[in-house]
Design a protein. Structure first.
Ligand code: SF4
Length: 494
């Protein structure tokens, strides 16, 4: 059978989509090639969030066409994902060596399309049409895919090692239309899977030794707000899962910390968290990416009453200036954002808070930027992903006046980075000497002789351990803090 190599650009959603495509192809008999130089099929799963990511994928494909196709003209080349969705046929017009362009709602058709091309029934395929129900198609996992590909074995010498942590796609698309963001155009409108299907997938992963699940979507806190997909129920009937959601709403909310709270209207997302939390054997639940607008009191209360929901929140603020937040169409103010942070810290003392910030958004003045610096200092983020604004075609922000010159974007990026690094250094150093629980994920990427795990706040801890620790929750004593990495020793209990 042909072998396939998938190169992924961009976010965790893309990583997850690539994994699901790889699993689908393996199920059809394809093998995973260890590198592009020996693969029969090379797919680039693309990102459109920044221009740089698009240019990288285009250059990569140009090189593949020039180098690989020259020696092996039968190799199939394809684009998938966001850039495939937004550019479609244009990609083949520009790069005639490309055989396949597969949009974001068509990942599940990868095997069929490749079969057609490899069998010579079709020369080129461009499929970027919308497809109802496609949100439920990203469900196959390739838990041992990368490990198997790299020939890894477990500590006892047989088989690839267990995967401890897995991503589960719960929804696709976004209706927020932030003015800088291309996602609503490349991923389409919000479509959510139903709770029983998601829970079944999570249960299966836990049965395969997964301990931590990250619920994934472009705007997970909007999960289910526009209805849910269909689900099959016992007896063969099919019902709209939105009905199941309302039946899950509880009149009262008995917290893990005791006491009965007054009735809280639970959003579909919190109902999903409740349902996943019930899974026996699952130790940790995370989610990404949320939107600050979605942190209602029900979600904040969930942090207080669901122990498996880790004390870690990614709250993308983007700017500290209300004027810029309005231009971005973010739907919250600086004050509302700070209020959420305060409530979260009250619900879960010690919660780790990370964020995304864009510097140099069109019209951002020095005063606006200083408000962002001040907000970063006030919140004391555990970490922040800083992006220099990158105009994306067809987004409203690209046409806004007062685009900020590149030099100023660079300079603001540097200044903010210094603030974030300084806060991070202080926060990480404060953990030295403390005893912290980690979930061990596997060997350290930088030094495979050592192991890494993550704290519940998602901080990386490197320690001297072995394969037998993989998948275990351990207490470690932090001995040293590096740049956004901790070093520790396992605590030997008396
Ligand atoms: S909420 Fe996130 S995915 Fe949706 S438009 Fe805004 S930045 Fe893009």
């Amino acid at each position: 059978m042909p072998s396939v190599y998938i190169k992924t650009y961009g976010c965790q959603m893309n990583e997850r989509d690539s994994e699901a495509v790889a699993a689908q192809l393996v199920a059809k008999g394809y093998t995973l090639a260890p590198s592009e130089t020996v693969a029969d099929v090379i797919l680039l799963n693309t990102c459109s969030v920044r221009d740089l990511a698009e240019q990288k994928a285009l250059r990569k494909m140009e090189n593949l066409a020039a180098e690989i196709r020259r020696d092996r003209p039968e190799v199939v080349l394809g684009f998938m994902g966001c850039m495939a969705q937004s550019r479609g046929q244009e990609l083949i017009d520009r790069l005639p060596d490309v055989d396949l362009v597969l949009g974001t709602q068509k990942f599940h058709r990868a095997a069929d399309c490749l079969d057609e091309i490899l069998a010579g029934r079709r020369d080129k395929i461009v499929d970027v049409a919308e497809e109802p129900g496609s949100e439920a198609t990203i469900r196959e996992h390739l838990l041992y895919g990368n490990a198997a590909k790299n020939g890894a074995v477990d500590g006892a010498g047989h088989g690839p090692p267990r995967q401890v942590s897995a991503y589960v796609s719960i929804m696709q698309g976004c209706n927020q239309y932030c003015t800088f963001c291309i996602v609503p155009y490349t991923r389409g409108a919000e479509r959510s899977r139903n709770i029983p299907d998601i829970v079944a997938e999570c249960r299966q992963l836990v049965a395969q030794s997964v301990k931590e699940i990250t619920l994934l979507g472009q705007i997970v806190t909007s999960y289910g707000k526009r209805g849910l997909g269909e689900t099959a129920v016992e007896g063969g009937a099919s019902v709209l899962a939105s009905r199941l959601v309302s039946s899950l709403a509880l009149p009262n909310d008995t917290g893990a910390h005791g006491g009965t709270r007054p009735a809280l209207q639970k959003s579909p997302f919190v109902q999903l968290l409740d349902a996943v939390h019930e899974i026996e054997g699952l130790e940790r639940i995370r989610f990404t990416s949320p939107h600050p607008k979605g942190y209602g009191d029900d979600l904040i209360a969930a942090y207080a009453r669901l122990p498996k929901l880790v004390e870690s929140a990614h709250l993308p603020v983007q700017s500290g200036s209300n004027r810029v937040l309005k231009l971005m169409h973010r739907g919250y103010t600086r004050e509302r954002y700070l209020g959420i942070v305060e409530k979260l810290r009250r619900a879960r003392p010690g919660i780790g808070i990370t964020t995304d910030i864009i510097v140099g958004f069109p019209g951002e003045t020095e005063d606006d930027f200083e408000q962002t610096l001040a907000l970063a200092r006030e919140v004391q983020f555990d970490n922040a992903y800083i992006f220099k604004y990158s105009p994306r075609r067809d987004t409203p922000a690209a046409d806004l006046p007062d685009q900020v010159p590149q030099k100023i974007r660079e300079e603001r990026n540097q200044r903010l980075l210094e603030v974030i690094n300084e806060i991070g250094k202080r926060k990480y150093s404060a953990l030295v000497g403390r005893r912290i629980e980690i979930l061990v994920e596997g060997p350290s990427k930088k030094n495979p002789a050592r192991m890494t795990g993550r704290t519940r706040c998602k901080k990386i801890v490197v320690f001297d351990g072995s394969e037998r620790h993989r998948g275990h929750s351990l207490d470690v004593k932090i001995t040293r803090a590096g740049s956004f990495t901790l070093y520790g020793d396992p605590v030997i209990l008396a």
